[in-house]
Write a protein that binds this ligand. Structure first.
Ligand SMILES: Nc1ncnc2c1ncn2[C@@H]1O[C@H](COP(=O)(O)OP(=O)(O)OP(=O)(O)O)[C@@H](O)[C@H]1O
Ligand SMILES: O=C(O)c1ccc[n+]([C@@H]2O[C@H](COP(=O)([O-])O)[C@@H](O)[C@H]2O)c1
Length: 189
């Protein structure tokens, strides 16, 4: 069976933390590929409203082109409403019976797991891999594997605040993404 890690996210915008954790998990778990999966509506927070789905996908494309094992899965963008992972993984398992999926989450999402939609059933249809994230706890009663990554204190919120305040985002996102944000005047207000 092919082993694929799914990094679901809002990617508003994608930053180097996403790339680092994807690469670390790819190697630590001997996965074949990582699929970056932008959500339509994040179940637990509100998108910034500054970007379109197409812009988030374009920034993801610019981010992942560095790695031949990185792909984008746009399935959640075809569905309106909140992107519940249970619904998505049911569809992905049906569409790819030859693939063993691993859903990758940062420690902030581990803390939130008890609130996930149909969490008990979700745990039965996909394996979870967690990674550490500064300021969040990894303890959970759910059967989640753990991959230790270098602590990365970068978030999409930080990038948005920096742009709004006219501060640098160099090296926090890929240069191509920085240029895209500037050219499209994203996150300025
Ligand atoms: N610096 C990081 N360290 C570990 N995990 C991270 C990091 N940044 C993002 N993640 C994980 O990547 C996934 C997608 O994150 P997302 O696209 O929501 O970015 P974010 O930085 O958390 O965004 P925001 O600041 O807008 O909440 C989530 O599982 C999140 O926990
Ligand atoms: O299904 C849920 O209830 C659920 C609750 C919180 C987060 N998720 C998913 O977890 C991934 C990371 O979430 P986010 O919002 O931090 O980008 C993303 O794919 C979300 O759709 C899913």
């Amino acid at each position: 069976m092919k082993k694929v890690g799914i990094l679901g996210g809002t990617f508003d915008p994608p930053h180097i933390g996403h790339l680092i954790i994807a690469n670390e998990v790819l190697h630590a778990q001997n996965l074949d590929e990582i699929w970056f999966m932008p959500n339509q509506e994040p179940p637990h927070k509100i998108k910034s409203g500054d970007v379109t789905n197409i812009q988030r996908v374009e920034m993801l494309q610019l981010s992942i082109e560095v790695h031949s094992a990185f792909r984008i899965e746009t399935l959640e963008l075809d569905r309106e409403g909140k992107s519940y992972t249970y619904d998505t993984m049911t569809l992905l398992n049906e569409a790819h019976p030859d693939i063993d999926f691993y859903f990758i989450i940062g420690a902030d999402m581990v803390e939130y797991l008890p609130e996930w939609y149909k969490i008990e059933k979700l745990m039965q249809i996909v394996k979870f891999i967690s990674v550490n994230r500064p300021k969040y706890q990894l303890e959970t009663d759910y059967p989640v594997q753990y991959v230790k990554v270098p602590d990365i204190n970068i978030s999409s919120s930080l990038i948005r605040e920096r742009v709004k305040d006219g501060e640098t985002i160099s090296f926090l996102v890929r240069d191509e993404v920085k240029r895209y944000i500037e050219e499209n005047r994203l996150y300025e207000s």
